[in-house]
Ligand binder design. Structure first.
Ligand code: NDP
Length: 340
């Protein structure tokens, strides 16, 4: 049963993810959506009509300050997250911001400081750490069931859906696989291992038939990051049609492997291997991942706990992803400083 008051939301970004995941989750939670903002008024109006939202605007200042709105969900393209968050926070709104939190660590730090100063919640919509499968893996690690974690392998190589082949394949809006998928992997690894990355190395390439010879962001990457003395290996891509997503944590006393667990839906199966014997692990309470994220956000705004992924955790994930990008572009190991 719900224990927090309903929130009145504004949408900054008339996006696919808002339409397909977040607006339905807002409504399932008995919250309301008061307005939608897009920089294109005609699109904001069309979007409002499709989704039954009463108000549409292309005036960002008005959107940030919308009277009676408690919380803003920011799901614009990545280069807009920082200034749209700062505008909303300055108006005293709680913010659930899409990943990546920002395009630079400095912008992310400004966002954190602004939210702290205003006393509002700033959370990042990394959906994976809330998943029942991820929480089960995290529990095996934190309870010591697997012993000391030595390594983690994440397979998050997918074929980008046709409808998403827009700004993600360009440099203009913070596109590319690293800020799209790698940042999610790092947030998942942080939650499972309970610490943050300190070093990264990577190779990133352009593999897709859509790739232009004269640049654009990478659409496939393999990276290795150091989390304490555990090594975390990632394969992320927009170009892989025939592979199931996976996570494997290898500890001194056992390992756990999850298949189909890097998804937007509460799917996936876990197996634990100890002494050469493999058994399936039951995973209960498979709720919608975005319901979980919104519940955590609502609780945080009511002063009843932390969001699923805090702004500080989103910032660490961003720092890790930017280090992967720099390691790939410079072909050198990159050290990652503590950011929050
Ligand atoms: P979309 O491409 O659907 O929308 C992004 C922006 O593009 C909109 O905010 C709008 O810009 C513009 N736009 C989209 N459609 C139209 C149109 N028909 N006419 C005019 N403008 C249009 O973004 P996504 O939903 O794919 O991603 C949005 C954000 O969410 C990104 O930051 C992404 O990383 C994140 N994301 C997170 C996921 C998660 O599971 N946590 C999953 C998917 C995405 P404007 O606001 O300027 O008008």
């Amino acid at each position: 049963m719900r224990t927090t008051p309903p929130l009145r939301w504004g949408l900054i970004g008339a996006s696919d993810i808002a339409a397909t995941r977040i607006v339905p989750a807002i409504l399932r939670g008995s919250d309301t959506v008061e307005f939608v903002y897009s920089s294109t008024l005609a699109w904001a109006e069309q979007y409002a009509a499709i989704h039954g939202i009463s108000n549409a605007t292309a005036d960002l200042a008005r959107a940030c300050e919308w009277p009676g709105v408690d919380a803003v969900y920011i799901s614009s393209t990545n280069e807009k997250h920082a200034y749209q968050t700062l505008g909303s926070v300055a108006a005293g709104k709680h913010v659930l911001c899409e990943k990546p939190l920002a395009l630079t660590v400095a912008d992310g730090q400004d966002m954190l400081r602004a939210a702290e100063k205003q006393g509002v919640v700033l959370a990042v919509n990394h959906h994976l750490p809330g998943a029942a499968t991820h929480r089960a893996i995290q529990h095996l690690v934190s309870s010591g069931n697997l012993g000391r974690p030595l390594a983690m392998r994440i397979g998050h190589a997918v074929m980008i859906p046709e409808r998403l082949k827009g700004w993600r394949l360009t440099d203009l809006a913070g596109g590319g696989v690293i800020l799209d998928i790698t940042v999610h992997d790092i947030s998942a690894a942080q939650a499972i291992l309970g610490n943050t990355a300190t070093e990264a190395s990577a190779i990133a390439v352009r593999q897709g038939a859509w790739s232009l010879p004269d640049g654009g962001p990478s659409d496939a990457v393999m990276a290795t990051l150091r989390f304490g003395d555990a090594m975390v290996q990632l394969h992320d891509a927009f170009t892989v049609a025939h592979c199931r997503s996976s996570i494997e944590v290898i500890g001194t006393e056992g390992s756990v492997r999850g298949v189909d667990v890097m998804t937007q839906d509460p799917f996936g199966t876990l197996w634990r291997t100890v002494d050469g014997r493999t058994e399936q692990i039951a995973v209960s309470n498979r709720r919608d991942l975005y319901d979980i994220a919104l519940d955590g956000f609502r609780s945080a705004t009511a002063g009843l706990g932390q969001p699923t992924v805090t702004a500080a955790e989103g910032l660490s994930a961003l720092a890790g992803a930017l280090a992967v990008a720099r390691a790939a572009s410079t072909r050198r190991n990159v050290r990652i400083a503590s950011v929050s």
